[in-house]
Design a protein around this ligand. Structure first.
Ligand SMILES: Cc1cc2nc3c(=O)[nH]c(=O)nc-3n(C[C@H](O)[C@H](O)[C@H](O)COP(=O)(O)OP(=O)(O)OC[C@H]3O[C@@H](n4cnc5c(N)ncnc54)[C@H](O)[C@@H]3O)c2cc1C
Length: 532
């Protein structure tokens, strides 16, 4: 089979245009094209007046060898890669059971792969099963009641459960582990199109049942989930992990632990630091969520073709390097979605975004964030980034009226550096509500300056991006982990054998797909160390 990539067709092409384009591209007789299937589908909307669909297709030909020889210098005609996943080990009969801390995408995939290899992992999760957790999360959104152990960050499915469910990543993936992740997601109930769409997404409702289905698979394979089991301390002796202390006083003896705790488990970060586990501060970003009507973004990106069913709701990615040396960029853009309350700690406000699969809600939202780094912004202590996050999250809580409403400001007022007092054409979606104020109360001056410089620049790239009525809510502080729990080539902590830091919290992933892929890699390392 051969993979032919970069086949471009007009947006509204008939179905038969694709095989015809394959035949024309390869210069073969139509009868020599024995079969074909789409491997990847994207759109190219750089020219709004001539939007293209761009395909990669896998083809079976009557004579593949001669086509390959003719296209030897063309990187868009290649043998179809083998993307199948192969297990690196099988559990010996007497293998001790490994432990996974965290049931987010990283922990879910670490647990799944270990279970598929026969290791019967124990998965400890501080939050609740996903349906219970959903009720608690709505408690904050609808009634301003936060459960610090069961919320957007904590519980089965991890941080990505109430999200847009975007499933793409910039990571290098020579072993096609991302394909393994997507294939398992489809088995668990994701739409098949995620295997071919260039920018697949699942939306929040489907994620909930997928997470449940994956749990059932792990349990059928002998794995075990233990919910509402928070790890509070680590028993480390002679440079080796010996066991885990749980919040209920239990002790779990174990020498192999995948640490997949996400970026918001600040109490656990402190416990690890107190036990001397090697931790470094790392860069992350802070800023706001910005909302526009989705129709403005569709029109700006797709022109007359806005609303076309093959294009869906338009997304964007923006970045600008500012005169003050800061970078501003859009983060986790959610087309047709809503802004959500994403704090896990009392007396703090954090924003993030999510969408349903249909992406049919009125507004587009995106993080608009400014890069910060330890040397310049939080020097000295490995956990100083957490203190900085907490500081601005507390300021946001107060600026929002100390009731879990988010502080908000219209873009026009923000650029004029005056507080907002009335909404314009854009209605914010954040629940439990938005308190109009001045966002400079809850962001550092350099971030305000950088955002003020970047907004008009972005307005020249996407019409009406800097419209005075567009609305911003804050603060967006949990863009990625503020720390790295550094690991060596064997995926174990630099100074604690048997502890395998993984996923976003450890600083090795930045999204659902990359966290899941990291979970697979770390599960393989655990399996190899257990299989001897
Ligand atoms: C609202 C929102 C929307 C998002 N949208 C997207 C998106 O569309 N696409 C995308 O790619 N990414 C998105 N993300 C980011 C994505 O969710 C994360 O990158 C990803 O979940 C990280 O996976 P993880 O497994 O490393 O950590 P997490 O998902 O954070 O999971 C960590 C788990 O560990 C548990 N835990 C923590 N400490 C302990 C402890 N001491 N004991 C026991 N259990 C513990 C937590 O309860 C949690 O369930 C979004 C995040 C949020 C919050």
């Amino acid at each position: 089979m051969l993979r032919i990539s970069e086949i471009k067709l007009p947006l509204d092409h008939p179905a038969e245009a694709l095989p015809a384009a394959i035949v024309a591209r390869l210069g073969i007789a139509p009868t020599d094209l024995l079969s074909w299937e789409v491997a990847r589908r994207a759109n190219d909307a750089r020219r709004k007046s001539a939007i293209l669909m761009v395909y990669s297709v896998d083809v079976t030909l009557a004579d593949e060898a001669s086509v390959l020889a003719r296209f030897a210098d063309d990187s868009h005609v290649r043998p179809t890669p083998d993307t199948g996943y192969r297990f690196v080990a099988t559990a010996p009969a007497d293998a001790p059971r490994p432990v996974v801390i965290g049931a987010g995408p990283c922990g879910l995939f670490a647990g799944l792969i270990l279970a598929q290899m026969g290791f019967r992992p124990i998965i400890l999760e501080r939050g609740k099963v996903v349906r219970e957790r959903t009720k608690d999360t709505w408690g904050l959104w609808r009634r301003s009641v936060l459960n610090p152990e069961s919320n957007v960050q904590f519980g089965e499915g991890g941080a990505g459960t109430f999200s847009d469910g975007k499933l793409y990543s910039q990571i290098k993936d020579p072993r096609f582990l991302g394909r393994k992740v997507l294939t398992e997601f489809v088995k668990a109930g994701a739409p098949e199109e995620i295997l071919t769409e260039a920018h697949p997404h699942i939306g929040t409702f489907r994620l909930v049942s997928m997470v449940e289905n994956m749990r059932a698979t792990v349990e059928e394979l002998g794995g075990e989930y233990r919910f509402e089991q928070r790890v509070v301390d680590f028993d480390i002796r002679d440079g080796r992990l010996r066991g885990l202390h749980l919040h209920n006083g239990d002790y779990l003896e174990t020498g192999h632990v995948v640490l997949a705790i996400g970026h918001s488990s600040r109490d656990t970060f402190h416990a690890l630091h107190d036990r001397g586990v090697h931790i470094e501060a790392k860069p992350f970003s802070i800023g706001v969520r910005i909302e526009h009507p989705q129709s403005w973004i569709d029109r700006a990106r797709f022109g007359q073709c806005a609303g076309h069913p093959d294009l869906g709701a338009a997304a964007y990615a923006l970045s600008h390097h500012c005169a003050n040396g800061r970078s501003v960029y859009s983060f986790c853009m959610c087309p047709g979605g809503r802004v959500v309350a994403a704090t896990s700690e009392e007396g703090r406000v954090v924003t993030n975004g999510m969408s349903q699969y249909s992406r049919k809600e009125f507004n587009a939202n995106s993080g608009l964030v400014v890069g910060i780094d330890p040397e310049r912004d939080y020097p000295g202590h490995p956990l100083a980034g957490i203190a900085l996050q907490r500081h601005w999250e507390e300021r946001a809580f107060v600026a929002g009226g100390s009731s879990y409403e988010a502080p908000g400001q219209l873009v026009g007022d923000f650029l004029a550096r005056r507080p907002s007092s009335a909404l314009g054409a854009v209605t914010p979606s954040y629940k439990p509500g938005v308190h109009l104020t001045d966002l400079s109360l809850c962001l550092p001056d350099f971030a305000i300056d950088a955002l003020c410089e970047a907004l008009p620049v972005f307005g020249r790239q996407i019409a009406r991006y800097d419209d005075p009525d567009a609305i911003m809510t804050g603060v967006e502080t949990r863009t990625s982990s503020p720390i790295r729990i550094t690991r060596g080539k064997d995926f174990q902590s630099l100074n604690v054998a048997g502890l395998f830091p993984a996923g976003e919290g450890a600083g090795y992933a930045g999204g659902i797909l990359s966290a899941a892929v990291d979970g697979i890699k770390v599960a393989e390392a655990v399996a190899l160390s257990l299989a001897g």
